[in-house]
Design a protein around this ligand. Structure first.
Ligand code: URA
Length: 481
C-alpha cells in the first residue's frame, strides 16, 4: 500500500502532482492511502520526478477546475475519489459533469459545498484592528470554515484589502498579507481573543439593515448559517432582534412614510414662484440657504415640504454630494438623515471622520416623489432637475471652495463633473475639476441598502468607506500641502 502524505499548505497542488506520479507508475487508487499532515509546503519539489508515460494525462480545463475545487472538501475519501476519477476521465470512460455516474455526482456535490463555504468565508470574516508597528494598519481575524478552503480565499482577500496588513487564522492554515505579499502557513495557535470597536460597528450596521417587517428566520439562517455565528460579532444581537421584531414592525407602521403633503403647500409654492427673483448671487452660505428656500427653478419645489440645503463648515476641505433628499430629509430639512444617511454615517465612522467637519449636500435640493395612497414613493430626479439645481450646487462649491468633492452616485457625478457615465469604472479614482478641486466619484449609499445579498452589501459598504478614505486623505494632504 502506498502512503501519500500531503502538506497542509499547498494540499491540492501536491495531490495533483502525486496523482500524476501514481498514474505514471500504474498505481491503482485502491492501493493508495491519503492523509494531510505534513507542514512542508515544498513537498512537491521533494517528490521523485514522474517517469515518462506513454500517454500523459490530459483533462479538460473544466475537469481540472472541478477536481481542484472538490479536493478542498473535508471528506477524507476525496483524494481517492479524485484519483479514480482522473484515471477514468483520462481514458474517456467518464465525462466531467456526467450526473448519471455516482462518483461524479459526489465530486460535483463536494465542489458545490466548497464554493458555498468560500462564499461564506468571503462574507463572514470579521477583522479586528491590532496595534500598528509600521506605516500600514494591521488587522487580524479568526475564521472556522467548514472545509479546508482558507488558502484558496487568499487572493480574494489580498485584492479586497490590499491597502492594509492582515492575517486570517483558521484551524488549519493562517493567511498573512504583509506589505503587499500574501503567504500561507500552517496555524500554530489561534490568535488571542481580541475585541475592538469594529465589533460594535458591525452590530450597529446589522441592527440598521435588519428589517423586522421582512423577518424570515429560515432565509436568514440559510444566508448566515448558525455554525458561523460564534465568530460574527453581529450574530450576538440576532436573538434580541428576532424577539423584538413584532414590536419593531408596529413601531414602523406608526412611523410609516409620511402622507402626501397638505394642500396648503401647493398654494404656498405658487405664491413663492410668483415672487420677484432676487438680484445678484448670495455672498455667504447663510444668504444662499435663505435664497434657496424660495427656489422655484423647477417643478420639484411644489410638492416638496421644503428645500433641503447643505450643511457643514463654510471652509470644509471635503464636500460630499448626494443625489437628492429622500422622505426623511424632506421632512426634517437636513441632508442624509434617513437610511442612506446611516450608511454614510457608518462609512464616516469607519474612517474616524467627524460628520461635523464635512460639508454635506445634494445635487438636487428638493424631494421628488410619487404619492401612492398615504405614502410618498421616491423617484429619481432626471437630467432636467440636475441642470436646474446645478446653479445651487455651483454656488455652494464657490462659497465653500472644498479641496475634494466626493460624489455619491451617478446623479452627483453628473452634477459635479458633467458626466455620470461609467460610474463603477471611475469610482475610487481622483479626477481633476476645472476649479482646481479634486473629484472622487463613488457609489450611492442606496446601492448598499438595495443589495439583497449580505456579501454584496458588505462589499458595497466597504467600497464606499474606501472611496471616502481616499477623498478624506486627499483633502488632508492638500490641506497640508
Ligand atoms: N440620498 C441622497 O442622495 N441624499 C440625501 O440627503 C438622502 C438620501
Amino acid at each position: 500500500m502506498a502512503v501519500e502524505v500531503l502538506p497542509v499548505v499547498g494540499t491540492v497542488g501536491a495531490w495533483r502532482a502525486a496523482v500524476r506520479r501514481l498514474a505514471a507508475a500504474g498505481t491503482p487508487p485502491e492501493a493508495v492511502t491519503w492523509s494531510v499532515g505534513s507542514a512542508q509546503p515544498d513537498l512537491l519539489s521533494a517528490l521523485p520526478a514522474a517517469p515518462a508515460r506513454a500517454q500523459p494525462i490530459r483533462l479538460s480545463r473544466e475537469a481540472v477546475a472541478g477536481l481542484e475545487q472538490a479536493m478542498l472538501h473535508r471528506d477524507p475519501e476525496r483524494f481517492a475519489l479524485g484519483h479514480a476519477a482522473v484515471l477514468r476521465l483520462s481514458t474517456g470512460s467518464l465525462r466531467w459533469g456526467d450526473r448519471s455516474d455516482p462518483a461524479m455526482r459526489r465530486l460535483l456535490a463536494m465542489g458545490s459545498a466548497v464554493r458555498r463555504d468560500i462564499h461564506k468565508m468571503h462574507a463572514f470574516v470579521r477583522f479586528r484592528e491590532v496595534p500598528q508597528d509600521g506605516a500600514r494598519r494591521r488587522f487580524c481575524a479568526w475564521f472556522e470554515p467548514e472545509h479546508p478552503i482558507a488558502e484558496a480565499t487568499g487572493p480574494f482577500f489580498a485584492r479586497r484589502f490590499g491597502d492594509m496588513d492582515w492575517a486570517i487564522a483558521t484551524p488549519e492554515v493562517t493567511l498573512v498579507f504583509q506589505a503587499g505579499n500574501l503567504a500561507c502557513h500552517p496555524t500554530e495557535a489561534p490568535p488571542p481573543e481580541a475585541r475592538d470597536a469594529t465589533e460594535d460597528l458591525w452590530r450597529t450596521y446589522f441592527a440598521a439593515i435588519f428589517n423586522p417587517a421582512r423577518l424570515n428566520t429560515r432565509a436568514m439562517q440559510s444566508e448566515m448559517p448558525v455554525k458561523y455565528w460564534k465568530n460574527l460579532p453581529e450574530a450576538q444581537i440576532i436573538p434580541d432582534l428576532v424577539r423584538g421584531a413584532p414590536e419593531a414592525v408596529a413601531r414602523m407602521h406608526a412611523a410609516a412614510a409620511s402622507a402626501a403633503p397638505p394642500a396648503w403647500q401647493a398654494r404656498a409654492a405658487r405664491a413663492r414662484a410668483a415672487l420677484p427673483a432676487r438680484a445678484g448671487a448670495p455672498a455667504t452660505l447663510a444668504e444662499a440657504a435663505q435664497a434657496a428656500r424660495d427656489c422655484a427653478r423647477c417643478p420639484l419645489h411644489g410638492p416638496a415640504t421644503q428645500t433641503v440645503w447643505g450643511e457643514g463648515p463654510e471652509d470644509a476641505a471635503l464636500m460630499i454630494v448626494g443625489e437628492a433628499p429622500g422622505d426623511a430629509e424632506d421632512l426634517r430639512g437636513r441632508p442624509f438623515v434617513g437610511p442612506a444617511g446611516q450608511v454614510l454615517d457608518r462609512a464616516l465612522a469607519t474612517n474616524g471622520i467627524d460628520r461635523a467637519t464635512v460639508y454635506l449636500t445634494n445635487a438636487i435640493k428638493h424631494f421628488r416623489f410619487q404619492p401612492r395612497g398615504k405614502r410618498r414613493l421616491h423617484q429619481n430626479p432626471d437630467a432636467g432637475h440636475v441642470e436646474h439645481c446645478r446653479w445651487w450646487l455651483d454656488l455652494e462649491r464657490r462659497l465653500v471652495r472644498p479641496r475634494v468633492i466626493l460624489g455619491l452616485g451617478a446623479v452627483a457625478a453628473m452634477a459635479i463633473s458633467g458626466s455620470g457615465t461609467r460610474l463603477m469604472a471611475r469610482r475610487g479614482r481622483a479626477e481633476a475639476l476645472p476649479d482646481g478641486a479634486v473629484f472622487v466619484p463613488t457609489l450611492h449609499p442606496a446601492h448598499v441598502l438595495r443589495n439583497p445579498d449580505p456579501a454584496g452589501r458588505d462589499a458595497a459598504q466597504q467600497a464606499l468607506a474606501q472611496d471616502l478614505a481616499l477623498a478624506h486623505r486627499l483633502s488632508l494632504a492638500r490641506a497640508g500641502g
